[in-house]
Design a protein around this ligand. Structure first.
Ligand code: CAO
Length: 443
């Protein structure tokens, strides 16, 4: 039988009152055991209050800006049937403590916690967004970082709003700040004139648009702000060239439609995208320089032997790029299922930092919407990205007559430091040939 649990603030150390800086859940939201519910912040530490059990949040007793202390009831949870929990429970808190070179010593027990947090920090997500982005936005667009990290960023002149947090719930770590600053410094030679704009360009002037007519100002979501700064960085720092081509997908579409029933029986939908993923994997195998990253010093190329494909997903809060792993080892239906699952989680704001990591190559498909071609921006540290537009019927001359063929427009943007134009044309041709006869992917 399910039971309502009172979630209380556990022992949080020597803190009288701690600010609530994030509410990561909503009423009626299903939560898993250990999923973070709130973030608290004192002047010394940031703490996450996880759910003690899986279940559904039925009441929230606190909001952003409130001050809480040990024992306060912060939410009610209808525990799932299998949970065997007392009616009142305190959660285990994850604490990130300010690491100060001088000043008060950090208690032993918390020091250990710091070690764990630092050790678990993965590489910064290459692109965009965290699972907590909605909650962070609702907290006034504030970046998720401890006071120590805020101070560290301030000292280095780094804007936290431009940094992607790589820790749980998108929290920004010291390593994220360092990576951001390193990146800014390595881009610095391009800048001159001290205007804050690269290449010595004049800064944009503040404009009062209301002088010219009625206006409305909308704040950007956290995802939009983050993706904006990454896109600007990638656009400026990578010499992009875009190669256009078309694939004849007449046979592929016949095969896809012929297997739609099978997909439906498995509870999924087979769109052209899984076929493109398989074709891209085949092309990456054939042209390994496309499955690579430049080392940060620009001295070497890291060739990857795995095939993780990022997929640009359009959400209400902006663009995110989750990564499908080991696409070389998966079939079309499995990829279709994974794609549906991950894009749903993206739209629900439930992606985790690890969902964004490790991509080799990105596909941005606007085919479901329309258009004939576009110039996608490379998702660094990757070196190429495929843009796909809407397929259309076109009369093609076969040497004797014009035949109606279904053509898929492809737009491949590549990093010209790593890939030359001839290779890009060969890669795109190869991709088109794979899609024209999808059986070749299996060879
Ligand atoms: N040509 C013609 N039709 C296409 C197509 C193409 N290239 N690609 C997809 N379609 C069709 C699908 O078959 C589907 O048809 P039905 O409704 O008849 O089944 C329809 O378009 C919608 O497809 P979809 O968008 O639901 O699924 P998908 O697998 O093609 O794409 C996803 C999934 C998550 C990539 C997509 O929903 C999405 O978010 N796309 C936007 C990506 C984006 O914003 N890129 C821009 C980045 S740069 O700012």
């Amino acid at each position: 039988m399910s039971k309502v649990i009172e979630i209380r603030i556990p022992d949080i150390g020597d803190f009288d009152g701690v600010d609530v800086i994030e509410v990561l859940v909503a009423i009626d939201q299903e939560v898993a055991k250990e999923e973070s519910l709130f973030t608290l912040e004192s002047d010394k530490a940031t703490m996450e209050i996880p759910s003690p059990e899986s279940g559904v949040i039925t009441e929230l007793k606190i909001a952003v800006g409130d001050v809480v202390k040990e024992g306060d009831v912060v939410a009610l949870l209808m525990a799932s049937a299998e949970a065997d929990t007392p009616a009142e429970t305190k959660a285990e808190v994850e604490v990130e403590v300010e690491v100060e070179p001088e000043g008060e010593p950090i208690p032993e027990v918390l020091n250990e916690e710091v070690e764990t947090v630092v050790a678990e920090v993965p590489q910064p997500a290459p692109v965009i967004a965290s699972a907590s982005s909605k909650a962070v936005t609702s907290a006034g667009g504030m970046a998720h970082a401890s006071p120590a990290i805020r101070r560290f960023a301030r000292e280095l002149g780094a804007n936290l709003n431009q940094i992607v947090g790589s820790a749980r719930a998108g929290r920004i770590t010291r390593d994220d700040v360092k990576a951001f600053v390193k990146q800014a410094l390595s881009a610095a030679p391009a800048s001159s004139g001290g205007s804050g704009m690269p290449f010595g360009l004049p800064p944009l002037r503040e404009t009062d648009f209301s002088k010219f007519g009625q206006i409305e100002t909308q704040s950007l979501s956290r995802i939009q702000k983050l993706s904006g700064s990454f896109l600007a960085r990638n656009w400026i720092s990578i010499p992009h060239v875009t190669q256009f081509d078309e694939a004849d997908i007449t046979e592929m579409e016949a095969f896809r439609k012929g297997n739609q029933e099978l997909a439906r029986a498995r509870g999924t939908k087979l769109t052209p995208l899984p076929f493109m993923i398989k074709a891209c994997v085949a092309a990456l195998k054939q042209f390994p320089r496309f499955n690579a990253s430049l080392s940060t010093d620009g001295e070497s190329l890291v060739l990857k032997k795995y095939f993780h494909i990022g997929i640009a997903v359009d959400t209400d809060d902006g663009l995110v790029v989750p990564v499908l792993r080991n696409c070389d080892q998966k079939g079309l239906l499995e990829l279709a299922e994974e794609l549906a699952e991950v894009s749903q989680r993206a739209r629900d704001g439930k992606l985790l930092p690890k969902d964004f990591q490790g991509g080799c190559f990105t596909i941005s498909s606007l085919g479901g919407i329309g258009g004939t071609a576009f110039t996608p921006i490379i998702n660094a540290p990757e070196v190429a990205i495929l843009g796909v537009s809407r397929s259309y019927m076109k009369p093609l001359w076969n040497g004797m007559e014009f035949r109606p063929r279904l053509m898929l427009p492809l737009s491949l943007s590549y990093d010209h430091r790593v890939i030359d134009g001839a290779s890009a044309a060969r890669f795109t041709r190869y991709l088109a040939e794979m899609m024209a006869d999808i059986r070749r992917v299996m060879l």
